[in-house]
Design a protein around this ligand. Structure first.
Ligand code: FE2
Length: 169
């Protein structure tokens, strides 16, 4: 009997995408790490948006919301690339807590400087992890995901510039 196309084999769904299953499985792991970090970074940036205090409150409040929105868009693209490759997107908050490489965002900070510094560290870390993921995707023959990672890392670098400009003067 013909197997259903939705049947899972070794945790992966069958698909017409002509990348070998073992490579797709490795890409799914890489993408799930990225997904967890993006979810963590999105909520870290929202945390800063909600809680920042001080003379620069309003402009930082608006900036942090803009950055959180830009990260949010990549959460969806990353999760959907996982499912396009035949994997399962681990996109719940609980899964993100388990899979995230990023440190938990501190909840006790309040000044603009503290939030800028905490966010700069996290945008730097994820931008650099994402650049490594571009190379790994190329090694595994998945240039479409390499393109997605390239777009994400370029956007994270731009966000990082917006944050770092506050402390570079
Ligand atoms: Fe808001």
């Amino acid at each position: 009997m013909k197997k259903s196309t939705s049947e899972k084999k070794s945790g992966m769904f069958r698909t017409g995408v002509n990348i070998p299953e073992s490579s797709r499985a490795k890409m799914v792991n890489l993408l799930n790490s990225e997904l967890a970090d993006l979810i963590s970074l999105h909520y870290a940036t929202k945390q800063a948006h909600w809680n920042v205090k001080g003379a620069e409150f309003y402009q930082l409040h608006l900036l942090f919301d803009e950055l959180a929105d830009s990260v949010d868009g990549f959460i969806d693209s990353t999760a959907e690339r996982i499912t396009a490759l035949g994997g399962t997107a681990e996109g719940t908050i609980e899964a993100a807590c388990n899979n995230a490489r990023m440190e938990a965002y501190p909840v006790g900070i309040s000044t603009g400087r503290e939030h800028l510094s905490a966010l700069i560290q996290r945008y730097t870390d994820l931008a650099n992890h994402t650049r490594e993921a571009i190379d790994r995707s190329g090694e595994l023959g998945d240039m479409d995901t390499a393109d997605l990672f390239t777009e994400i890392s370029r956007s994270l670098d731009k966000n990082l510039w917006f944050l770092e400009a506050h402390i570079q003067a």
